[in-house]
Design a protein around this ligand. Structure first.
Ligand code: TPP
Length: 633
C-alpha cells in the first residue's frame, strides 16, 4: 500500500496553494493508467507501477511529511508568477501536469490544435502582459506547437511551453511518440537559441528550482521571454517534500547613461527630426506623445505601433511599410528632416521595405533594448545606437531637452483624411468599404481589440484603421503565420472585453479555433474576407506580371461552419448589409462569424511588398549584388 500523500482536486486553502493530505487521491491515481500517449482514454484500472517518490512521505519520527508532485509544485510556482491562462491539447504524456492545472486557479483552455493553442497563448500574453502557458504532449504535440513558439518569440510575448516527454526508462525502446534524450538529440526544441530564450529537459525534480528561477528573471524582462520545459512523465508525477517558489523580484529596466541622453538631445535639437515609433514603443505612448509635442517632431509608426500616439493627432504622419501611407514619404520629401529617432523597431522588410526614402539625410538615432537591431536593416546608413528601454529613454530625453530649442516641424503638413465611401447598391463588398465599416462600427464604437490575419487583412488593417491609443491593434509583420489571428483572437478575447479578428477565408480554413471559443464562451468575432481564393497571393502574382495559378478554392459558407460548431454568424452579400452585420458581431454574447463576400478585384494597398519580392529575385536574380542595400543619400 502506498502511504505517501497527494494533492486532491478540491483541496486548496487560498485557492492557489495546494494542501496536502495523507491519502492517495483515487482520481489522480487512475490518471496514470488513464491515457495512452495519443490522449485516447483507456482503462482506469489501478496502475501496477508508480512514479518514483522524492521525499519518502514519513519523517524519522514516523510523522507523515508533506510530499508534492512535481506537476503541482510547478503549477503553484506558475500561479505565483502570475500565470492566468494555459492553452494546449492534452495527451497521456502531459496529463499529470494538465491535471495539476485543472485544480489550480489557472484557467485551462483545451484547444483543437497545438498551433492554435500556442498562437492564442501568445496573444493572451500580449493582451494581459502575463506569462501564459502552453501544454502539449510528446511527438506531434511538440512539433505542432513550434510555429506558435517562433511567433511568440518574434512578437515579444511571455510564453512557457511545457511538454511531456518520454520517461528515461522507456527511451530508446520504441516508445510511442518518443521524445527527449536520444530521440531528440541536439534538437533546437530543447536548446536555448533562436526560438527559446531558455529551454531544458528536466530529468530530476530537483532541477525544477533552477528552471523556475530562470523563468522568473526572464519574464521580468520588458521585451518578452519564451521558454520550453520538457517534463518526462515520470518526473511530472515524482514527489518532493519541498515546494519551490520563485524568489526573484523584478529589477528595473536598464536606462542608458545621462551623458548619452544629453548628447542625443543636443544632436536632435540642432536640426529637425522625425520620430519613427516601433513595437518596442507600444508601452511608451504618453512619453512619445509628450516628446513629439515638446519638440514639434512629426511621428510615423510601424504597423505594430499603430496608436502609440493617437492616429488623428495633428503631428501623426501615418504608417510605414506594409499597407503604409503615402503621407509619410511625401512629408519626408518635402520637410527633409535631418534625422529619424527610431524607437524600438528592427526596421525590417514589412516595416520599411528597406526603402532609402524613409531615411533622412543624416541617418538614424536608433534606440532599442537589443543592440542587434542597430545597423541591421540599413547597414549603409549612419546610425547612432542607444541601448535602452524606450519609455525610460524618452522620459530622460524630455528631461534633457535644451530649453528654447526651435520646433522640428518647419513644414505645415496636413494629414489627408480617408475618402468617404457610399454603399454601392449591388455587387460584393469592396475591402476598403469593409474597413470603413470596421472603423466606424467597431474601432470607434467600442474598446475591443482588433487583430489582423496574415493575408490581405494585414495591409487593409494597417492602412485603413485608425486607433486612438495603443494596445488595441495586433498585426504580425515578422513571422506572420496564417492562423495568427484566426486562433490568436481567443487569447486576445481573454485579455480584453472582446476581440475581433479580420481573417482571410484561406486562413480560417487552415486553422480555426471557433469550436474552442464555443467551449469556453469566449467573446471572439471573426470577420471573414470571403473571396474564395488566396487573395493576397493572387494579387501578388498579378502585380509582378504573373497570371494567378492555383489560388482559387471553393466558396465556403462560414456561417454554416460557425453554426455547425455551436457559434453563430451572419453573411454579408452586399455593402448595404454590412453595418447591421458588424453591429451584430459587436453585440454577440459569444463567438460570432461575420462572413463578408469580398470583391477580389479591388487591389489592397500592400505598399512595396511586391516590388520588394522582385528586388529579392522572384522573377530573376537582382541585377547586382548591391541591390536592396540602401546607402546614405
Ligand atoms: C502558415 C503560412 N503559410 C503560407 C503563408 C503565405 N501566405 C500569406 S497570405 C496567403 C494567402 C492568404 O489567403 P486568405 O487567407 O484567403 O486571405 P486573403 O489574402 O484572400 O484575404 C498565404 C498562402 C503564410 N503567411 N503562412
Amino acid at each position: 500500500m502506498i502511504l505517501d500523500v497527494h494533492a486532491p482536486a478540491d483541496d486548496k486553502d487560498d485557492g492557489s496553494r495546494v494542501k496536502i493530505r495523507d491519502v492517495l487521491d483515487p482520481e489522480a491515481e487512475g490518471l496514470y493508467g488513464a491515457f495512452d500517449n495519443s490522449g485516447t482514454a483507456m482503462s482506469t484500472a489501478t496502475p501496477q507501477t508508480r512514479a518514483p517518490a522524492f521525499g519518502d512521505g514519513a519523517s524519522e519520527s514516523g510523522q507523515a511529511v508533506p510530499v508534492y508532485t512535481v506537476a503541482d509544485i510547478l503549477v503553484e510556482a506558475l500561479t505565483e508568477l502570475g500565470v492566468q491562462h494555459a492553452f494546449g491539447v492534452i495527451g497521456g504524456a502531459i496529463a499529470p501536469f494538465c491535471k495539476a492545472i485543472s485544480r489550480s486557479k489557472i484557467r485551462l483552455i483545451h484547444a483543437r490544435h497545438e498551433t492554435g493553442a500556442a498562437l492564442a497563448a501568445m496573444e493572451a500574453s500580449l493582451a494581459t502582459g502575463k506569462l501564459t502557458v502552453v501544454f502539449v504532449t510528446t511527438g506531434p504535440g511538440l512539433t505542432n506547437s513550434h510555429t506558435g513558439m517562433v511567433m511568440a518569440r518574434t512578437e515579444g510575448a511571455k510564453v512557457l511551453l511545457v511538454t511531456g516527454s518520454t520517461s528515461a526508462a522507456q527511451r530508446g525502446r520504441g516508445a510511442f511518440q518518443e521524445t527527449g534524450g536520444t530521440a531528440s538529440p541536439g534538437s533546437p526544441l530543447f536548446t536555448p537559441g533562436a526560438v527559446f530564450h531558455h529551454a531544458a529537459l528536466v530529468e530530476d525534480p530537483r532541477e525544477l528550482d533552477a528552471f523556475i528561477a530562470r523563468l522568473a528573471s526572464g519574464i521580468a524582462r520588458p521585451n518578452g521571454f519564451v521558454a520550453h520545459l520538457g517534463l518526462p512523465l515520470a518526473v511530472q508525477t515524482a514527489r518532493r517534500s519541498e515546494r519551490t517558489m520563485p524568489q526573484f523580484r523584478s529589477a528595473p529596466p536598464p536606462v542608458c547613461d545621462a551623458a548619452a541622453v544629453g548628447r542625443v538631445a543636443e544632436l536632435l535639437a540642432s536640426e529637425p527630426f522625425v520620430i519613427w515609433a516601433g513595437f518596442g514603443a507600444r508601452h511608451a505612448g504618453p512619453a512619445v506623445r509628450a516628446l513629439a509635442e515638446l519638440t514639434g517632431a512629426r511621428v510615423m509608426a510601424t504597423p505594430r505601433a499603430k496608436g502609440v500616439i493617437p492616429e488623428d493627432h495633428p503631428q501623426y504622419l501615418g504608417v510605414t511599410g506594409h499597407g503604409g501611407h503615402a503621407t509619410v514619404d511625401e512629408y519626408l520629401k518635402q520637410a527633409r528632416p535631418a534625422r529619424a529617432l527610431v524607437l524600438g523597431s528592427r526596421l525590417g522588410e514589412m516595416v520599411s521595405f528597406w526603402s532609402p526614402d524613409l531615411v533622412p539625410r543624416d541617418g538614424l538615432v536608433h534606440v532599442d533594448l537589443d543592440p542587434n537591431a542597430f545597423g541591421a536593416a540599413y547597414p549603409g546608413v549612419p546610425t547612432i545606437g542607444v541601448q535602452a528601454e524606450i519609455e525610460a529613454f524618452v522620459e530622460a530625453l524630455i528631461a534633457a531637452w535644451p530649453p528654447r530649442s526651435g520646433s522640428s516641424a518647419p513644414v505645415a503638413f496636413p494629414a489627408r483624411p480617408l475618402a468617404e465611401l457610399e454603399a454601392r447598391p449591388r455587387g460584393p463588398v469592396r475591402p476598403s468599404f469593409l474597413m470603413q465599416g470596421v472603423q466606424r462600427e467597431i474601432v470607434e464604437q467600442s474598446a475591443v481589440s482588433v487583430i489582423v490575419e496574415a493575408g490581405n487583412a494585414l495591409a487593409l488593417g494597417n492602412h485603413y484603421l485608425r486607433f486612438p491609443g495603443p494596445g488595441r491593434y495586433r498585426a504580425s509583420t515578422c513571422f506572420a503565420s496564417m492562423g495568427h489571428a484566426s486562433a490568436g483572437v481567443l487569447g486576445a478575447a481573454l485579455g480584453h472585453e472582446k476581440a475581433v479578428a479580420i481573417v482571410g477565408d484561406g486562413a480560417l480554413l487552415m486553422l480555426n479555433e471557433i469550436n474552442t471559443a464555443v467551449s469556453y464562451g469566449l467573446r471572439a468575432v471573426w470577420i471573414v474576407l470571403n473571396d474564395a481564393r488566396y487573395g493576397m497571393i493572387a494579387q501578388g502574382m498579378r502585380s509582378i506580371g504573373w497570371e494567378p495559378f492555383a489560388t482559387d478554392f471553393p466558396r465556403t459558407d462560414f456561417v454554416a461552419i460557425a453554426r455547425a460548431m455551436g457559434a453563430d454568424g451572419v453573411r454579408v452579400d452586399g455593402e448595404g448589409d454590412l453595418e447591421a452585420a458588424l453591429r451584430a458581431g459587436l453585440a454577440a454574447p459569444g463567438p460570432f462569424v461575420v462572413d463578408v463576400i469580398i470583391d477580389p478585384s479591388e487591389v489592397v494597398p500592400s505598399g512595396r511588398r511586391n516590388q520588394s519580392l522582385e528586388a529579392q529575385g522572384v522573377n530573376a536574380a537582382p541585377a547586382t549584388v548591391d541591390a536592396g542595400a540602401p546607402r546614405r543619400r
